[in-house]
Design a binder for this molecule. Structure first.
Ligand code: PGA
Length: 250
């Protein structure tokens, strides 16, 4: 299995900053190639621009979201097929910021996943519990129900088009990372869920990313756990050196 590290730029970086970061990543990767799969997920306006910059680069392009609808009168939305035609190969769906701030319910997330697969995009499906849910001992239950809401109704997923990102909400952007043991406990539970759902061959081949304040100093400890196959990186993906040192730890 090839590990996968993805950078979620969120709503950061203007045009020249975005170009500058990609330029720097390309230079550093040429000097010192890496083994794991690398994806960057910039804001929508830079996607077509960066697709051109990434033509001869090992970095793949991802998007942070896509519409739940196919096409039509949906002002402000961006469809999965538009993203695919612009050179995108991954889309993050179900990020906790989308769930909490933009009304992405399990039902909406399911529709977005279907649109992504119809457009031949690979999905990075996010799940994770809040602090209150963790304190109540509900973490695994919450993650299972988020996964079940999508996987039970979307039969087209397989080990090639699905990555699961476990992102505890209390660790996102807070500087408070899950310990490798805390993360591994949930990753192991996700792996057994996937094995039951897909059968062992597919279940064991689906890559599981950890996300939430992952940085150059804590990445190696997290990635040492057998069911942590990469990371979804927010803040630390905005600096080329930091992002690549996380990828090297993978
Ligand atoms: P963070 O964000 O690395 O800044 O905590 C991770 C994410 O939200 O994907």
């Amino acid at each position: 299995m090839q590990n996968i590290v993805a950078g979620n730029w969120k709503m950061n970086l203007n045009k020249s900053e975005a170009l500058g970061l990609v330029n720097q990543l390309n230079i550093l990767l040429k000097e010192n190639p890496i083994q794991c799969e690398l994806v960057i997920c910039p804001p929508f306006p830079w996607i077509a621009l960066l697709a051109a910059e990434l033509e001869n680069s090992p970095i793949q392009l991802g998007a942070q979201n896509c519409a739940a609808q196919v096409s039509g009168a949906f002002t402000g939305e961006v469809s999965a097929s538009m993203l695919a035609s612009a050179g995108v190969s991954y889309v993050i769906i179900g990020h906790s910021e989308r769930r909490a701030l933009f009304g992405d319910t399990d039902a909406v997330i399911l529709e977005k996943c279907k649109r992504a697969l119809e457009a031949n995009l690979n999905v990075i499906l996010c799940c994770g519990e809040s602090l209150a849910e963790r304190d109540a001992g509900e973490a695994i239950h919450v993650v299972y129900s988020q996964l079940k809401a999508v996987l039970d109704h979307c039969k087209e997923f397989n080990a090639d088009n699905l990555v699961i990102a476990y992102e505890p909400v209390w660790a996102i952007g807070t500087g408070r990372t899950a310990s490798p043991e805390q993360a591994a406990e949930i990753h192991d539970a996700i792996r057994s869920y996937l094995n039951q759902h897909f059968g062992e061959q597919t279940g064991n081949a689906i890559r599981l990313q950890y996300g939430g304040s992952c940085n150059a100093s804590n990445a190696a400890g997290l990635f040492a756990k057998s069911n942590i196959n990469g990371g979804l990186i927010g803040g630390a993906s905005l600096k080329a050196e930091d992002f690549l040192s996380i990828a090297r730890a993978c």
